[in-house]
Design a protein around this ligand. Structure first.
Ligand SMILES: [Zn+2]
Length: 99
């Protein structure tokens, strides 16, 4: 076979619409009405993806397109979800110990 062996699955960021490798995105799923971060890529169900970028994570807070994506107008983005992602970003960029 001539095909390149390594196929990287791509997903679209729902905020900026860029296509990226799955590992460069955060996955979210709806759990009992709440949109939560699937931190370890383990949760079942339909996922939405967002870049590991502060601008995109902040963009999540304008959540109308999230709800549309999940087709659940009742799905709520938990504030924690955004905060956890932002915290995670900070950890990646600076390994400053917490006070
Ligand atoms: Zn994005």
């Amino acid at each position: 076979m001539e095909r390149k062996a390594r196929h990287v699955p791509q997903r679209t960021c729902i905020v900026c619409r860029a296509k990226k490798a799955k590992r460069d995105l955060h996955r979210m799923v709806v759990i009992s009405g709440n949109i939560e971060w699937d931190k370890f890529n383990r949760l079942p169900g339909r996922g939405a993806y967002v870049c590991k970028h502060p601008d995109c994570i902040r963009g999540l807070e304008a959540m109308w397109n999230l709800q549309r994506f999940f087709r659940k107008s009742s799905a709520k983005l938990v504030k924690d979800t955004v905060e956890q992602m932002q915290k995670n970003l900070n950890q990646v960029h600076t390994t400053k110990p917490q006070e």
